[in-house]
Design a protein around this ligand. Sequence first.
Ligand SMILES: O=C(O)CCC(=O)C(=O)O
Ligand SMILES: [Fe+2]
Length: 329
Amino acid sequence: MNRLTEEEYQHFLDEGYVLVRGLLDPELDIQPAVDEYAEVLDRLAHELYDAGEIKSVYDDLGFSDRMIACYRDSGRVLSGHFDCSLPQASTTETSPIWVGPEVFGALRNETLLDVVEDLIGPEVFSNPVQHIRIKPPQDVLPDSRMDPITGTKGGFDAGVTPWHQDNGVVLPEADETNMLTVWWPLTHATLKNGCLKIIPRSHKAGLLHHCRTVSGLAVPDPMLDLGRAFPVPMNPGDVLFLHRRTCHSSLPNVSDEVRISFDIRYNPIGQPTGRDIFPGFVARSRSNPESELRDPKAWARSWYDTRKRLAVENLPHYNRWQENDGVCA
Ligand SMILES: O=C(O)CCC(=O)C(=O)O
Ligand SMILES: [Fe+2]
């Protein structure tokens, strides 16, 4: 074991998660990414202002208030401009994406990879199912994104996340892939601003049926042991490692600040990622260190190339769940 104790490892196996408090150093491991996103927001604010969509560039505001002002004035969902992945449909050559060097640095963070290695072994592939979630207070989300099931303003990318297993989000070819989810906040994640909730031991019941909702894929409540569910408030530096079948969701953001978190995934090299139209990379290989990708530009290029390809080819379906299926009606 690099970083985990035997007890922590056993806890992951038994409960389907392990929460490591204070694993990362907020100044060294998190602030560089926060600064990079502040630059992305600065450029976006100028673009929106030039397009007449916001009343000011709001450069006197801090990140959270500036983001909220841009949401409020523009009435748009802006999360795609920050996300390190492409949209689920209708990708064009100009679909927004942010794949900057500090995001790559986060995916290659050695402290994280030490724990990942403890959990899935020494040959580690960075799975392309990855997001930064800048979740604004839900009252600034456009009304069109009201979720009929949860009654909260949704949109998978910026609102409340319904109960699901990450295994349900990838294609069946990855059902036996040992995919690990790594969730960590860049700001405090609280009960009020929409922290994660998990159901311990839910990883033992196999893959559950997921329904398509406005907010993303959702396991219907009757299939869940909700009595066990608990919220997981976290501080910057804390990291949550989730088994691919552990049921989780997140609360609505009813605060007046944005909640920012990374959710990134890894699997053993050679196993299907479940989304092979997107590019992953070797993050750590003890047997062949030369195969590791260390060049942030090459990584960014792999996403730009994918965007270009998807803008002309149709995106193959990467959702196994049908639109109007009986279980979900
Ligand atoms: O951050 C959220 O609100 C949801 C995250 C999630 O579903 C995940 O990390 O897999
Ligand atoms: Fe998830």
